[in-house]
Design a protein around this ligand. Structure first.
Ligand code: URA
Length: 486
């Protein structure tokens, strides 16, 4: 029996290194014991003294090509609390040597289990992003924000970068029973676990949370089941607003009756104008959540207007930010604005946008249920006489702009992200090439869960005699996307 001792609970790199080594030696899955413990013991061979290493000589030990979405899946699965997770992943890897399409067999026990575990992790990550509540304390360096959180799985390491992006200018610590994450406005570091007693008691922030929660609580929309699913009861004990949930629910029917009986109050003119404008660009839902989502997107858009993350802003007319529903079912990601988008300040309004709109309609997707954006937010071009010829963004520009895309994804949280073409695919997944092989399917993305892949609508405009077929195939992909998001 071989033993792999991994450094931390969610030690993806450790697992990967060990798995690669075992695989190259042909060590069969049932002959490995995976432990989380002392890293120095990695690859310790506890039985080497007594018996020869259990190699399966029938298996070719040549390096294998791991399918693209396996690594994304594995990064999530290692975060699960199930003790068998490392063994499960190695078994999958072992089986993938012979069965390259294994991950597509969703009824296979191992595949089913791994996918269910990944889904659990995605969900808990999302909950952590939503339910961490910081309390302000001060130390010798000034304000420090501390939060206590109790995850069921080992999600702190993969979720902490979200807080580093979102609260980049604050010093904060998130304490959990097994690990703590600390951000000093530059570096993210992890330390040992803590206890709830290490977090200061209520501060003035708590009242803000309660006031905020009470203000967005709409008694006429109360659905207790849905609310508990969105905000599971096990998180309530660490949420300041939880103390007012009970009274708000108890009062809901009285407040609803009051609302029905009340005379309508006319909207102030200015806010009506703003609402009308918002309704024009997107199917704005009237829930408080949608409105607050729009506010956050609006703030992000305003910030992006002054973006200087790469030199493209210098020649472009303006930043072309994403637009659409704040709680969209779909998030479509294109490459970068073209000439017309650059002038209009809106994504997909030029020739490619027309093809896109028509195909969406044919596939039964309402653009009002979508958020449409680009991997790169400034137009890159080469002047040719009076014309500005589109130039593809390079990897540095795409990487610099990814920050905005991640923020948009975090705010919109769509059911399905659709990569339109190779630039979007690269931005969302880091994958280069192979677009046509992947089109019509989903690939794993560390940044956006899973991404549905299709071609860029401008490729249809360039397909000459094949244009009709190219368009039909694009619509076909979008229909599939619609089914996946249903
Ligand atoms: N092409 C894109 O990728 N995005 C646009 O907004 C327009 C054309």
């Amino acid at each position: 029996m071989r033993v792999a001792s991994l450094g931390i609970e969610a030690d993806f790199e450790g697992w990967r290194t060990a798995a690669r080594e075992f695989l190259s030696q042909g060590v069969t899955p049932e002959n490995i014991a995976w432990r989380v413990g002392n890293v120095r013991d990695l690859f310790a061979d506890v039985s080497a003294e007594r018996e020869p290493p259990p190699f399966d000589k029938s298996i070719d030990a040549a390096p294998m090509r791991v399918p693209r979405d396996f690594l994304g899946l594995a990064e999530l699965v290692v975060c699960h609390a199930d003790e068998g997770r490392f063994a499960l992943l190695y078994r999958l890897l072992w089986r993938l040597r012979e069965d390259h399409d294994l991950l597509a067999r969703t009824t296979d026990d191992d595949v089913f289990r791994a996918r269910a575990m990944a889904k659990t992790i995605r969900r808990e990550r999302h909950k952590m992003e939503a339910f961490v509540r910081f309390r302000e304390i001060a130390d010798e360096d000034g304000a420090l924000f501390v939060a206590w959180f109790e995850p069921e799985h080992h999600i702190v390491e993969i979720t902490a970068p979200f807080f580093a992006r979102r609260f980049a200018s604050m010093r904060w610590s998130i304490l959990t029973p097994l690990v703590s994450a600390h951000w000093n406005t530059r570096d993210l570091v992890f330390g040992p676990g803590a206890s709830k007693a290490d977090v200061p008691g209520a501060d003035h922030f708590e009242d803000h949370w309660r006031t905020y929660y009470a203000s967005i609580f709409n008694p006429a929309r109360l659905k207790i089941g849905a609310m508990k699913s969105e905000m599971p009861v096990r998180y309530w004990k660490n949420l300041p607003e939880s103390t007012i949930i009970g009274p708000l629910i108890r009062e809901a029917s009285r407040r609803e009756a009051d609302m029905i009986g009340a005379q309508p109050t006319p909207e102030p003119r200015r806010s009506q104008i703003i609402l009308d404008r918002m309704k024009k660009t997107a199917d704005v839902k009237s829930s408080a959540a949608a409105v607050s989502g729009h506010n956050a997107l609006g703030a992000l858009r305003a910030e992006a207007a002054g973006c200087r993350r790469c030199p493209l802003w210098e020649n472009a007319t303006q930043t072309v930010f994403g637009e659409g529903a704040a709680q969209a079912d779909f998030m479509f990601v294109g490459e970068q604005p073209g000439d017309q988008e650059d002038l209009a300040g809106r994504a997909f309004v030029g020739p490619a946008g027309k093809v896109f709109d028509q195909a969406l309609a044919e596939a039964g997707i309402d653009r009002g249920r979508a958020y449409v954006t680009n991997a790169v937010k400034h137009f890159k071009f080469e002047p040719r006489g009076k014309r500005r010829l589109h130039k593809a963004p390079n990897a540095g520009e795409i990487t610099a702009c990814r920050w905005w895309l991640e923020q948009e994804f975090d705010l919109v949280r769509p059911k399905l992200v659709v990569a339109l073409g190779a630039t979007a695919l690269f931005s969302l997944t880091g994958l280069r090439g192979g677009l046509l092989k992947m089109r019509g399917s989903r690939v794993a993305s560390q940044r956006a869960g899973e991404v549905f892949v299709t071609v860029h609508p401008s490729s249809i405009l360039r397909s000459g005699d094949e244009r009709e077929a190219a368009y039909a195939a694009f619509v076909q992909d979008l229909r599939k996307a619609a089914q996946l998001a249903a």
